[in-house]
Design a protein around this ligand. Structure first.
Ligand code: GAL
Length: 712
């Protein structure tokens, strides 16, 4: 078969190409072990250590998405500083001698706010995301070109001597194609052509895209990918996301994937001819600031990954995978030589044997029985293979590794308290409006169209006039207020008294308040603070999902019956007073008068100063005593806190051995989904660090402590 692809192995000019067996780097087929580390989810100071630990863990490649909304916060204004310094990150990977898989997207999903799209993009006239739509394609092409040009000018593609050996365009568009209407297929073809036309000299991948057009390689994402084969016989079998664990959502149990199962899945994939595996995530990190997607994605993006959120090795996960990689690498010459011969050595047991012309022989013996171990005979010798495991024999004789036998030590992680804080407080004003941030309008407005996601907060306030002849005033039966919101959480106040706070949950963001409220004759004020908790990052047309109080808002039990407040005049305020004064920064914090720590009031700002503790162990804040809000250190947000949201409901990642089922919460149920919040050491000065917490619910800041994460 003759195929005109720049990346098939025959053309000698491309430094990276591919064939049926593998990605070919400088003429050599390679078995590549890769791991995702998303640069904005850690700090530049952490990068060298994370990359080194990835290398020591046996990785060849670091995979990252490119985060468009971090790089282009407003149209045409680019940012590549701080933890968005993509070039610095890639150069560090090169320095460590590893390759890069650059997933430009620019849609990335990733539990990242709005899936990586800048929110301003939604307001480009005539735009329709991820389909055959000119304004969208123009914006997507412009950003993709910008990133590719930047990589080229820095000499970062492999053909230029750089580390980038692979790219990705789009992300898991396959499952969306059905919802994309007539334009979906055209869009896929356009995206592939646009990317290929950028002449990067490295192959492009589309993950979960069965119809990825040539020469783009379609790749698998999942907990298991051994069933996967690419859409053409001349493409290699690639696994772009081997899920090492799962993400955390506020209100959900903390996910965990046993390393035995992960190692089994990876070994099976390689056994069956796979030649590229990427751990998603290898280091998950932190959703700093307001970068978490969702809604309700937690601030931690630990992911139960081999390197934990704080940059420490998660053992035995990291060590067991390192041992697996070593075993796989010692089979590389045989693995890349051709296809295996496969023999049944039992009902659930198989032997895959790879041989090279030069005589190398490697065998993988698998036991797919989830319950019982087996003794199999292979080449005249007996091997005991535990349930649900693979043994690797790099010389076809000696089993040097079995995925179920963990030799790596288990680390003990302790969070050790190093100190508390001495707080001052400032009450967020709930009575007067900020002139430059408020406006009035008839009817209810969609929240993000107003805030443009520059803040989580939008106040909705309206007046309710009660006639003194109202019957309920006489008979003392309070009317029933109903507030319906598209999400994600809200605080309802009636005449300054809080009626309560309400919130949706992951997968179901809508919120409704129904309650009897005290009203008086004359004017009454109903104020609702609507709070966004991360914009959606996945799902059909996720970019069109609404947030905020869209109604109906009604009052029942009046003489007139039901009064609909939805279309009357509302006064809005975008953001909080504390935000508009930047009171979380050193200069801004002096613009208000702080008082003593009057604790446990809702909508309160707290500030304290502290010195960096001695040592270099990673640091965190234990926020267990708090409700919900946001935390800043020296003016930078470390993310949203929400320890009051306890793990309940179903676990997204429970049970294993072939299926990851949703089941009832099994561990840590009733505990906060996230109680510790990473404080990067490098954000601290030796002394006088400013810590500011905005607390919505009325938690107790005297219970907050600084802790060190110590591996024993
Ligand atoms: C995949 C997606 C990733 C991430 C992952 C779950 O479907 O491609 O970006 O969202 O799921 O963590």
């Amino acid at each position: 078969m003759v195929v005109s692809s720049p990346w098939l192995s025959s053309p000698v000019d491309a430094s990276v190409s591919y064939d049926h067996k593998a990605i070919i780097v400088n003429g050599q087929r390679r078995i590549l072990i890769s791991g995702s580390i998303h640069y904005p989810r850690s700090t530049p100071e952490m990068w060298p250590d994370l990359i080194q630990k990835a290398k020591d863990g046996g990785l060849d490649v670091i995979q990252t998405y490119v985060f468009w909304n971090g790089h282009e916060p407003s149209p045409g204004q680019y940012y590549f500083g701080g933890n968005y310094d993509l070039v610095r990150f890639i150069k560090l990977v090169k320095q460590a001698g590893l390759y890069v898989h650059l997933r430009i997207g620019p849609y990335v999903c990733a539990e990242w706010n709005f899936g990586g799209f800048p929110v301003w993009l939604k307001y480009v006239p005539g735009i329709n995301f991820r389909t055959d739509n000119e304004p969208f394609k123009a914006a997507m092409a412009k950003f993709t070109e910008k990133i590719v040009a930047m990589m080229k000018s820095e000499g970062l593609f492999e053909s230029q001597g750089g580390p980038i050996i692979l790219s990705q365009i789009e992300n898991e568009y396959g499952p969306m194609e059905n919802f994309g209407g007539a334009g979906a297929k055209n869009y896929v073809n356009w995206a592939a052509q646009m990317a290929v036309g950028l002449n990067t000299s490295v192959p492009w991948v589309m993950c979960k895209q069965d119809d990825a057009p040539d020469p783009v390689i379609n790749a698998c994402n999942g907990f298991y990918c051994d069933y996967f084969s690419p859409n053409k016989p001349y493409k290699p079998t690639m696994w772009t996301e081997a899920w090492s664990g799962w993400f955390s959502a506020f209100g959900a149990p903390v996910p965990h994937r046993p390393v035995e199962d992960l190692a089994f899945a990876v070994a099976r994939f390689i056994q069956k001819g796979g030649s590229f595996v990427n751990y998603y995530m290898y280091h998950g990190g932190t959703n700093f600031g307001r970068t978490a997607g969702g809604p309700f994605i937690a601030t931690t993006y630990d992911y139960d990954a081999p390197i934990d959120e704080y940059g420490l090795l998660r053992q035995p996960k990291w060590g067991h995978l390192r041992d697996l990689h070593k075993a796989i690498k010692s089979c590389e010459p045989a693995l890349v030589s051709g296809d295996p011969t496969v023999t049944d050595v039992g009902k659930y047991q198989k032997a895959y044997v790879y041989r090279s012309k030069s005589g190398a022989c490697a065998a993988f013996l698998s036991n797919f029985n989830p319950r019982s171990s087996a003794i199999v005979t292979f080449n005249g010798m007996e091997y005991q293979i535990p349930a649900w495991s693979v043994s690797i024999l790099p010389d076809c004789k000696t089993a040097v590794f079995n995925t179920a036998k963990v030799g790596a030590p288990t680390s003990q992680i302790n969070m050790i308290r190093v100190g508390g804080f001495s707080w001052e407080s400032f009450g967020e004003d709930t009575h007067s409006l900020l002139r430059d941030k408020s406006f009035s309008k008839d009817g209810l407005v969609e929240q993000i169209s107003m805030t443009r996601d520059r803040t989580d907060y939008l106040w909705y306030t309206t007046d309710v006039n009660i006639d003194s002849n109202e019957q309920f005033l006489k008979n003392g039966r309070d009317p029933l207020l109903t507030v319906t919101s598209a999400g994600h959480s809200m605080h309802v106040f009636v005449n300054g008294e809080r009626a309560g706070n309400f919130y949706g949950r992951f997968g179901s963001p809508k919120v409704r308040f129904t309650g009897n409220v005290k009203l008086r004759a004359g004017s009454n004020k109903i104020s609702i603070l609507s709070v966004a908790v991360g914009l959606p990052n996945i799902g059909p047309h996720f970019d069109t999902w609404n947030a905020g109080v869209l109604g109906p808002v009604t009052l029942e039990g009046l003489n007139e019956g039901k009064r609909n407040l939805s279309s009357q005049k509302w006064i809005y305020q975008i953001g909080l007073r504390g935000e508009s004064l930047s009171i979380y920064t050193l200069s801004g914090s002096s613009s208000v008068k702080w008082g003593g720590a009057s604790t446990r009031q809702p909508l309160t700002w707290y500030k304290a100063f502290f010195n960096a503790p001695a040592g270099n162990e990673p640091l965190a804040l234990d926020m267990s005593s708090m409700g919900k809000g946001q935390i800043w250190i020296n003016g930078q947000s470390i993310g949203r806190h929400w320890p009051a949201y306890k793990a309940n409901g179903v676990c997204d990642l429970c049970d294993y051995k072939g299926t990851y089922r949703k089941m009832k919460c099994q561990t840590d149920c009733g505990e906060p989904s996230q109680k510790w919040y990473h404080v990067p050491r490098d954000w601290l000065n030796p002394t006088g660090n400013l810590l500011v917490v905005f607390e919505e619910w009325g938690g107790d800041p005297t219970g907050i402590s600084l802790v060190k994460r110590v591996a024993l």
